[in-house]
Design a protein around this ligand. Structure first.
Ligand SMILES: *Cc1c(COP(=O)(O)O)cnc(C)c1O
Length: 464
């Protein structure tokens, strides 16, 4: 057993000071049982805990650290900004720079507003969509997570799913009465809903690649229908790319699926590890945000210079080095390796993978017999999925055994927990829940991926 004495002491104290000892529930190890690791530092592909143990990190702060930890250019940018003062509550040029990089990268974003988290981005985007359309109803999908916005905190995947809290106490019926929840990737219920009440729908918010019930890839036909139906009924289509932005390719999921949403929400990667969110989209819509328009939204620390500097440095490195195809290849290599190892061990799994996101789903034994499904293998073709694949119902490359919360939730979470702990003992840090996404980064090498696969092969053979 790894020595985790210091971790345990610090976490015990944390439990006296903070609810559950953490500041975000996903960090607690409740879903796998046991106490979380307390970290001291990160460097490149690795995290180091307070007892000096080293872990290869596939969590990456739940998505942001696509360049690895303490990337020299990002750290230098933060340091340079910090010595000039940490917050002015007034415009800086850094905001323009980050805004320009994002607007140049994501085709559907013509104007953008920075906030401090993905939650804020989703909350503001919903308010804007309602203000713009004068309508009330919002459609969200079961198992999609958009932060802890009251009106979106139903059937919200992630920690909510992990901890079995479908509806949070404190969210009133009033707060969710205009929220309609539909199954993900299901075209029939979507069409039916729009035919009945399409003209009352202010917005549909969707994770085009879902990452909060494990990685579940949006079916291209489903996303295409979403675009078509919202357009036809005058509803706003919001792509929540807080997680999948820069993870499924350089220009986001919108480009990958050849679809232009009206509003996109961003976070995670665009902050380079500092707290940043953003929402942006069509100019005629964004011009309704105060003070250009009348929809209120504000933030004392929004556009914070340190956060902007970290985001600029991260996106600049990504633009200059264009690592997306290479990261996707490494990601597919890990996916294939895990899947082959599981097959040899006769453990039924399916791996969902796109870009640098993936999840190893442990199928329930009754569900799966000996079949092992290969979902990924999408070749990266510059970020654009051809129209022919984008409109076919299986999407050519995206067919899937795990396509929604219903199928994800049937997975063998006990077996995942055993896999998690045994990998942790060997120095590999995977998400502490079956319903979270593994991330690949630019700094994890093929050698380290092979080490991961070899360790996983041993572990999988030992699973009950
Ligand atoms: C993480 C996440 C959010 C919430 O972002 P926070 O910064 O944690 O508030 C919203 N949407 C998606 C898709 C996410 O993955």
């Amino acid at each position: 057993m790894l020595n985790r004495e210091n971790s345990n002491i610090i976490f015990r104290e944390a439990c006296q000071l903070m609810p559950g000892g953490v500041n975000s529930p996903a960090r607690a190890f409740d879903a796998v049982g046991g106490d979380p690791i307390v970290f001291d530092r990160g460097e490149g592909a690795y995290l180091y805990d307070v007892d000096g143990n080293r872990y290869l990190d596939y969590v990456q702060s739940w998505g942001p650290m696509i360049l690895g930890h303490a990337h020299p250019q990002v750290i230098a940018a933060i340091q340079a900004a910090a010595v000039k003062g940490t917050s002015f509550g007034a415009p800086t040029q850094l905001e323009n720079t980050l805004a320009k990089i994002i607007i140049d990268t994501i085709p559907s974003i013509k104007k953008i507003r920075f906030v401090n988290s993905g939650t804020e981005a989703a909350m503001s985007a919903i308010r804007l969509a309602r203000g713009f359309t004068g309508r009330k109803k919002i459609i969200k999908f079961i198992g999609n997570y958009h932060g802890h916005v009251d009106s979106l905190l139903i059937a919200a995947g992630s920690s909510a799913a992990t901890l079995g809290v479908p509806n949070s106490p404190g969210v009133t019926e009033g707060a969710v009465q205009d929220t309609i929840i539909l199954p993900y990737n299901n075209v029939d219920t979507l069409k039916d809903t729009f035919h009945r009440i399409g003209k009352e729908v202010a917005a549909v918010i969707v994770e085009p690649v879902a990452g909060n019930m494990g990685c579940v890839i949006g079916n291209s036909n489903f996303l295409y229908e979403l675009r078509h139906l919202t357009q036809e009924h005058g509803s706003i289509l919001i792509f929540d790319e807080v997680m999948c932005g820069w993870r499924v390719g350089k220009s986001g999921a919108g480009s990958r699926f050849s679809l232009l949403p009206d509003i996109t929400t961003l976070g995670k990667v665009i902050g380079g590890g500092l707290p940043v969110g953003a929402y942006g989209g069509r100019e005629d819509i964004m011009n309704n945000v105060l003070p250009a328009g009348k929809v209120f939204q504000a933030g004392t620390l929004s556009g914070n210079p340190l956060a902007m500097a970290a985001g600029i440095a991260t996106l600049k490195v990504l633009n200059e080095t264009d690592p997306f195809a290479a990261v996707e290849r490494k990601s597919a290599m890990l996916a294939e390796g895990l899947e082959d190892a599981a097959r040899e061990a006769h453990i039924p799994v399916t791996v969902e993978q796109i870009g640098s996101m993936m999840t190893l789903f442990f199928l329930s034994d009754t569900d799966s017999k000996t079949d092992i499904y290969r979902i990924s293998g999408t070749t990266f073709n510059g970020g654009i999925v051809e129209r022919s694949t984008a409109t076919s119902s299986t999407g050519g490359c995206f067919s899937s055994k795990i396509s929604d919360w219903d199928s994800a939730s049937k997975c063998n979470t006990k077996r995942y927990a055993e896999f998690f702990w045994k990998m942790l003992e060997r120095g590999f840090y995977f998400p502490c829940s079956q319903f979270e996404t593994f991330f690949m980064s630019t700094v994890i090498t093929e050698k380290e991926i092979n080490q991961t696969i070899n360790a996983a092969a041993e572990v999988l053979k030992s699973l009950k």
